[in-house]
Design a protein around this ligand. Sequence first.
Ligand code: CA
Length: 226
Amino acid sequence: MHILLVEDDSAVAASSLDGLTALGFTVEHVTTGGAALAAVGSPRPPDVVLLDLGLPDMDGQEVCRRIRSGSETPIIVVSARGDEADRVIALELGADDYLVKPFGMRELAARIRAVLRRTQAPPLTAVPTAAVQEIGRLSIDRRAQRVHVDDEEVALTAKEFDVLAYLAEDPGAVRRRTEILEHVWEGHWYGATKTVDAHVAAIRKKLGDPAWIEAVRGVGFRLGSP
Ligand code: CA
């Protein structure tokens, strides 16, 4: 397992390196965003990126965005900034998890393993994955992760697709924001329910009609049919 540690603080880097190596991970350590982007774009990219947000050459959020624009490599943001706004931003830029400093090595290792399980395992949904689900004019192909309205393909991000597919598991049923967070982001974003609203807004816009996803005041969202 090849981990890219992006961290400019030498004390934090040294303890992470020692701990992860002792747990059997192979760790490559870089101290800048530029070096991180080069490593992710190299012929042998890492399996997981541990990304500090405060870097000397560019903001970690920008690094996250750039990695995600060209790769699906899992990213765990590791930061001293623990407030909700930072978590939401990192999440929306495509980070897979968020760990606030200071953290224990066992927690870090558990998060790494969880991210790898999520990204390498088949989807957890019990809905038949081979079938294309048709809901009115909407079709959802879980195997190919493609969505069409009528015959027009709708370009959703991976998380937007997951939110829509989750609502579509039981069309018309209301899902709470916390249920959506737990299902799509596996609970590591507890409290960051605003991000669900942001994803729903993006999906509605891309589907071309807000009525596809109805807000149920004070509860959550359900798949509608315009
Ligand atoms: Ca730093």
